[in-house]
Ligand binder design. Structure first.
Ligand SMILES: C[S@@+](CC[C@H](N)C(=O)[O-])C[C@H]1O[C@@H](n2cnc3c(N)ncnc32)[C@H](O)[C@@H]1O
Ligand code: SF4
Ligand code: SF4
Length: 459
């Protein structure tokens, strides 16, 4: 019987940096406005006010603290920073933070409502290495403006998309489904694609709190139907991000379901250095300015990695999906099973085994379905004699190296594969790379090097 667990890593790889908790919009569902989160921030504000009186302007205190936080994250081995908020563009010194992160060698991306991104901002982002980003838009013009409670926001977001594209930054549109916008999702995606040429969408789970009603399983089925239709009709890439229990979803939709990396390779860190495993939860794990993250991360999260919060059926599930979203039952729940699966105490071993049998059958069904509908002939990759690899950032991890490739995600490489990667520079030939690698790994053949090269995201 398969026994699942999450991968353990010494420290996060990608961090959402909450540059500010403030925002120029007021989305009805925003977890940044959740009461307990506000309470937490208010107590921090008091501390900040005291510091302001003693030292200098709050903004400069904040900036210094953020730069120090970036130093600590760099020392810890974090590879990617995503500027986040609140709305990071309303923090006056955001350009300095961006430049500092870039000089530290982080891969950089961001999530924004786009309201303040003009041509100059887009150029600054591109100049500092940002290649892709997320702009949040929650429906057609009238719907979006009503959701974010500011007229003109839709047009500003669309202008941001235009400026970003002109600067070479590829945007994905993030959409948060809720009662106000769910009926216009299909019209929205079609308009975005046909009139604005947006081809990439990420639809989040709605994390609930007591200010608004949550979505039902039926609502998510409707969303998945729309995703499937739009993908097939328009060729757009759309994911239902934040993970969804695969046992609750027809097999044909599994291809649209994301996985969640929170608490494993992903963390959120705020402008005071407070670190959380998930952006939506209000519970803090510790502080990167005061504690060693490589100690804190395994100490606070090993229970989650062991799946202590999940029912037995997830622990032995043959289609393990991570158990869905840990805060779908509410942003106060830091480690809870997804709202559409049982609590551990609500499930007997008999039920777990029955579900495992059901999931095993669906796993086989999934394989057959995809082989019939989506099997592609294997493409033969032409390899240049002087290969070039996409930009990356890396750190040693366990027996090898963890590497984050720009726009291609994270890979774990053996030391030998990493040695090959290090010498790809667009000038050295494959034989030259082989000769160098052989010095460290005697007996490495050119055929082995070619296999490694083929597995890497080459340009
Ligand atoms: C918190 S915002 C911060 C960045 C920026 N202000 C923006 O809106 O993109 C990041 C993302 O979280 C999403 N979000 C906020 N509250 C949410 C909730 N309760 N459930 C799901 N997603 C939420 C937003 O829609 C947005 O796409
Ligand atoms: S724009 Fe982003 S941070 Fe601002 S209220 Fe909306 S979701 Fe929250
Ligand atoms: S049983 Fe758990 S791990 Fe398996 S698909 Fe359902 S939620 Fe995911």
């Amino acid at each position: 019987m398969q026994v699942n667990q999450l991968t353990s890593v010494s420290a996060p790889i990608s961090v959402n940096l909450e540059v500010t908790d403030k925002c120029n919009l007021s989305c009805s569902f925003c977890f940044n406005a959740a009461p307990s989160y506000e309470a937490m921030m208010q107590s921090q504000e008091k501390q900040d006010r005291a510091e302001k009186a003693q030292n200098e302007l709050l903004i400069s205190v904040r900036k210094k603290r953020i730069l120090k936080t970036l130093d600590r994250l760099h020392e810890t081995g974090v590879l990617e920073i995503r500027l986040f908020g609140g709305e990071f563009t309303i923090f006056k010194s955001w350009r300095e933070i961006l430049e500092y992160a870039s000089t530290k060698g982080f891969l950089i991306s961001f999530v924004s409502n786009g309201y303040l991104i003009d041509g100059d901002a887009a150029d600054a982002l591109a100049r500092n290495g940002v290649a892709e980003c997320t702009i949040s838009i929650h429906g057609p013009r009238d719907v979006h403006d009503a959701v974010v409670k500011r007229i003109g926001s839709f047009d500003r977001a669309m202008a941001a998309i235009k400026y970003l594209r002109e600067s070479g930054v590829v945007p994905t549109v993030a959409y948060t489904p809720n009662r106000e916008n769910i009926d216009t999702l299909e019209a929205f995606i079609r308009e975005m694609c046909e009139e604005y040429d947006v081809m990439s969408f990420s639809i989040s789970r709605l994390f609930s709190d007591d200010r608004y009603s949550n979505l039902t399983l039926d609502d998510y089925y409707r969303i998945l139907e729309v995703i499937d239709r739009c993908h097939r009709d328009l060729g757009v890439e759309i994911m239902l991000a934040d993970s969804f229990p695969r046992c609750q979803v027809p097999i044909k939709y599994w291809r649209y379901l994301g996985y969640c990396s929170q608490g494993v390779t992903f963390a959120q860190v705020d402008f005071n250095g407070n670190i959380k495993n998930c952006s939506a939860t209000s519970k803090i794990l510790g502080n990167v300015l005061e504690e060693d993250v490589t100690k804190l991360w395994p100490e606070k999260l090993s229970g989650m990695w062991r799946l202590d919060h999940l029912p037995k059926s997830c622990k032995i599930c043959p289609i393990f999906c991570g158990g869905g979203c840990t805060v779908s039952r509410g942003v106060e729940n830091q480690f809870a099973p997804d709202e559409f699966i049982p609590w551990p105490s609500d499930e007997s071993w008999l039920q777990a085994i029955a579900k495992t049998v059901y999931n095993r059958v669906r796993k086989i069904g999934h394989r057959i379905f995809y082989a019939q509908h989506y099997a592609k002939p294997e493409s033969v990759k032409e390899l240049s004699n002087t290969p070039v690899v996409v930009e990356y950032n890396s750190r040693p991890e366990g027996e090898g190296h963890v590497v984050m490739f720009k726009n291609f995600g994270v890979r774990q490489l053996t030391d030998q594969a990493y040695e090959v990667l290090r010498y790809i520079d667009g000038k050295r030939s494959i034989s030259e790379i082989t000769a160098i690698v052989q010095k460290k790994y005697n007996g490495t053949s050119e055929a082995e090097v070619v296999e490694i090269l083929k597995s890497l995201p080459l340009r």
